[in-house]
Write a protein that binds this ligand. Structure first.
Ligand code: ADP
Length: 273
C-alpha cells in the first residue's frame, strides 16, 4: 500500500449492535492526487464513510488506512491532522466569533507560525471569494457564505485529504461549480486527495472517479462518463442523470442503432419519461 492512499478494506459498520448494518463489506482505494466523488441517494451510507475516514467513527469489521495510518481510537489525532472535512451544515462547524478567528482556529491548533497564519487566512479566504468578510460574524452570513468560510478553514490547514460532504449544498449552481473547481485546482497543484460526497450527479462531472453507494454497499466504481451511460440502472437506485447526459445518451442511441433521420420531437419526448 502506498503512503498517500486512502484504503477501505472489507469495512462493515452499524451504529448500534441491535440495528442493521449501515455499511456492508465496503472496499475501495483512493490514489494520491485523485478526486473521487462518492455518490448515492440519502441514507446510502456516504456520510458514514466520511466519518470513518476522519476517525469520528470506527469500523466494526475491516480496516481503514489514511496515508499509511490505520484509523483506530489510538491514532485519531494523527489521522485528523491529515484530514480536512466540511459537512453540509456549516453552523455546527464555527468556533470563532469572526470569520478571521474561525479560519485561524485550525491553524492555531496546529501551532502554525503567526506570520504564516496571516498569509494562509488571507489566501484561503481569497480562494473562496470571502476576503472582504474578515471581521464579520460567521453566524450572520448567508448559508452559502458560511459554506465558503468553512471550506476556507479547511484549505488554510493544507490537509493531505480534503473531504467535502455536501459542503456546497447551500450555494447556487454557479457558486458551487466555482468553489469546487477552486478546490480541484488546489488539489492538482498540491497533490492532495479530494473526496466529494453528493447525491447530485451534476456534481460528479469533473471527478476522476465515482464510487456509487446503494444500501450500504459499493454499487459501482467507474468514471463519470461511463456512469452517465447507465441511465436506466441508475434510476433503479434512485439517481437521475443530468439533462445534458440524457440528451447525449439519446443521440448516441439514435446514431448507433437507427438508420432513420433524428426525429427531434420524439427524442425530446423520451427525455421526460
Ligand atoms: P447518507 O450520507 O448517504 O445520506 P448516512 O451515512 O448519513 O447516509 O446514513 C446511512 C444510514 O445510517 C441511514 O439509514 C441513517 O438513518 C443511519 N444513521 C446515520 N447516522 C446515524 C446515527 N447517528 N445513529 C443511527 N443511525 C444513523
Amino acid at each position: 500500500m502506498q503512503e498517500n492512499q486512502i484504503v477501505f478494506k472489507n469495512v462493515s459498520f452499524r451504529y448500534q449492535e441491535d440495528q442493521p448494518w449501515v455499511l456492508k463489506n465496503v472496499s475501495f482505494s483512493i490514489q494520491s492526487d485523485e478526486w473521487v466523488a462518492i455518490l448515492g441517494h440519502n441514507g446510502s451510507g456516504k456520510s458514514t464513510i466520511a466519518k470513518l475516514m476522519n476517525g469520528l467513527l470506527f469500523p466494526d469489521q475491516g480496516e481503514i488506512f489514511v496515508h499509511g495510518i490505520e484509523v483506530t481510537p489510538e491514532t485519531i489525532w494523527d489521522v485528523r491532522a491529515k484530514v480536512g472535512m466540511v459537512f453540509q451544515n456549516p453552523d455546527n462547524q464555527f468556533v470563532g466569533t469572526t470569520v478571521r478567528d474561525d479560519v485561524a482556529f485550525g491553524l492555531e491548533n496546529r501551532g502554525v507560525d503567526r506570520l504564516v497564519m496571516i498569509k494562509r487566512i488571507k489566501e484561503s479566504l481569497e480562494a473562496v471569494s470571502m476576503e472582504d468578510y474578515l471581521l464579520h460574524e460567521p453566524h450572520r452570513l448567508s448559508g452559502g457564505q458560511k459554506q465558503r468560510v468553512a471550506i476556507a478553514g479547511v484549505l488554510a490547514i493544507q490537509p493531505d485529504l480534503i473531504i467535502l460532504d455536501e459542503a456546497t449544498a447551500m450555494l447556487d449552481p454557479r457558486g458551487r461549480k466555482e468553489i469546487i473547481s477552486t478546490v480541484n485546482n488546489l488539489r492538482v497543484e498540491t497533490r492532495v486527495n479530494l473526496v466529494t460526497i453528493t447525491h447530485d450527479l451534476n456534481e460528479i462531472v469533473d471527478a476522476d472517479r465515482v464510487i456509487v453507494m446503494n444500501e450500504g454497499e459499493v454499487w459501482i466504481e467507474t468514471s463519470p462518463r461511463e456512469l452517465f451511460a447507465k441511465e436506466t440502472e441508475l434510476r433503479t437506485i434512485g439517481l437521475d442523470v443530468p439533462f445534458v447526459a440524457k440528451v447525449t445518451n439519446r443521440l448516441k442511441d439514435t446514431v448507433e442503432f437507427s438508420e432513420q433521420p433524428l426525429r427531434q420531437k420524439e427524442l425530446i419526448d423520451t427525455l421526460w419519461t
